[in-house]
Design a protein around this ligand. Structure first.
Ligand code: AMP
Length: 398
């Protein structure tokens, strides 16, 4: 289906054609008509699915014939968790808006507010902002929301992970009640649902459409996947053993909770393995520092929560470890997709204990394959994980 069929007019179609987009991605096909019709939307879509264009294009379309904006006013607010994402999303907006007269800017912390305030004086159609800086600008009366028509929350799960829930609530109460709400998240968690409810409590008049885009299973043949069954209490010993015994050059190790990240780092360090972590509880500056060390090879073992690692662009990665198995099959696929990129070989290792069994079945069902199991000498399992059954009924696995 061509973009024009989705209801986008020629200045936008021209811009995306120049960028080389030929057909809309699935999220774009589904979300653009919903957004153009003025409905609210909750969409589960990961980075790489084309989600940014899915909300930016219809916004630009909706605003294309709008009246002149008053000073210090905005038509749409796109809230994002990090400075990097603010810059990236705003760059996309500017590219898509190239043949229109619509304006955009990014507002984020860590830099002087003065130039941002200056830019806002004339009003900006689309503002991409991180929560803290946005509240700062609002407190300083550099920005008013009375003309706001659309609020977009991008990467809502990462926002929650980074501790922005209170800020989001403070922002929501400042916005006009009659507005369109769009929420994008890579994973749907209870915390994200709570935010979606907070939107609806503020008199959400339109019915929210719920769209879920799951990436195709593209477990590249170059990624070798295997798992080791283990007891919960020997997991960290097993991981340390693997790192040492198999002389791992590098590993990105996923855990579910931020407190488990710090705990695992301490456990590895006790065994003489230098590791560090990134998770929602660490400052942006700290995360960036740790990530740089990992990228340059100075740090070999990085422990991360899935959400914190999501936005990270780590090029060549030889190994990912699911120290904790993720709850959602899509998250598993996303994680293992971080290795074996561009034809490079990589391996994905999961440590699975009995409590993960239902999860494992769901993942294997999604992969349409069982994952090869390996036994490691010296680590007998007391609580055996049953043999996989990918036909395990859906009802009993979720
Ligand atoms: P996102 O999921 O928004 O981070 O987008 C992932 C990448 O896909 C970006 O580099 C976009 O420029 C690109 N992209 C988005 N939509 C399309 C499309 N319809 N065709 C080709 N590339 C696209």
């Amino acid at each position: 289906m061509p973009f024009a069929k989705l209801g986008l007019s020629s200045p936008l179609v021209q811009a995306i054609t120049e960028l080389g987009y030929k057909t809309p991605t699935p999220i774009q096909e589904q979300a653009i008509p919903v957004i153009l019709s003025g409905n609210d939307l909750i969409a589960t879509a990961q980075t790489g699915t084309g989600k940014t264009a899915a909300f930016v294009l219809p916004l630009l379309e909706q605003f294309s014939n709008a009246e002149t904006l008053r000073g210090k006013r905005i038509r749409a607010l796109i809230l994002v968790p990090t400075r990097e994402l603010a810059v990236q999303v705003e760059a996309s907006v500017a590219q898509y808006a190239k043949h229109t007269t619509l304006t955009s800017m990014a507002a984020y912390g860590g830099v002087d507010t003065a130039p941002q305030k200056e830019r806002l004086i004339e009003g900006v159609d689309i503002l991409v902002a991180t929560p803290g800086r946005l509240l700062d600008l609002a407190h300083q009366r550099a920005l008013h929301f009375d003309e706001l028509q659309v609020m977009v929350l991008d990467e809502a799960d990462r926002m929650v992970d980074m501790g922005f829930v209170d800020d989001i609530h403070k922002i929501i109460v400042r916005l006009p009640e009659n507005r369109q709400n769009l929420l994008f998240t890579a994973t749907m968690t209870n915390d994200v649902r709570a935010i979606a409810h907070a939107f609806s409590d503020s008199k959400m008049t339109n019915l929210a459409a719920d769209i879920a885009i799951t990436p195709n299973v593209r477990a590249a043949a170059t990624i070798k996947q295997w798992l080791i069954t283990v007891d919960k209490d020997t997991k960290s010993a097993l991981l340390s053993h693997l790192i040492n015994e198999q002389a791992w050059d590098q590993a990105l190790i996923f855990v579910e909770k931020k407190h488990s990240a710090a705990k695992l780092v301490a456990q590895l360090e006790k065994r003489g393995i230098a590791a560090d972590s990134i998770h929602g509880g660490r400052s942006q500056a700290m995360r960036e520092q740790v990530l740089t060390q990992f990228k340059t090879g100075e740090l070999k073992y990085l422990v991360a929560t899935g959400v914190a690692a999501r936005g990270l662009d780590i090029g060549e990665l030889s190994r990912v470890v699911n120290y904790d198995l993720p709850f959602q099959p899509e998250e598993y696929i996303h994680r293992i997709g971080r290795t074996g990129r561009a034809g490079a070989s990589g391996e994905a290792i999961s440590l699975v204990d009995i409590s993960d069994f239902k999860n494992l079945c769901a993942i294997e069902r999604r992969l349409k394959n069982t994952i090869e199991r390996k036994e490691i000498a010296g680590f007998p399992v007391k609580k055996a994980v049953p043999a996989s059954n990918i036909n395990h009924s859906k009802k009993s696995t979720r």
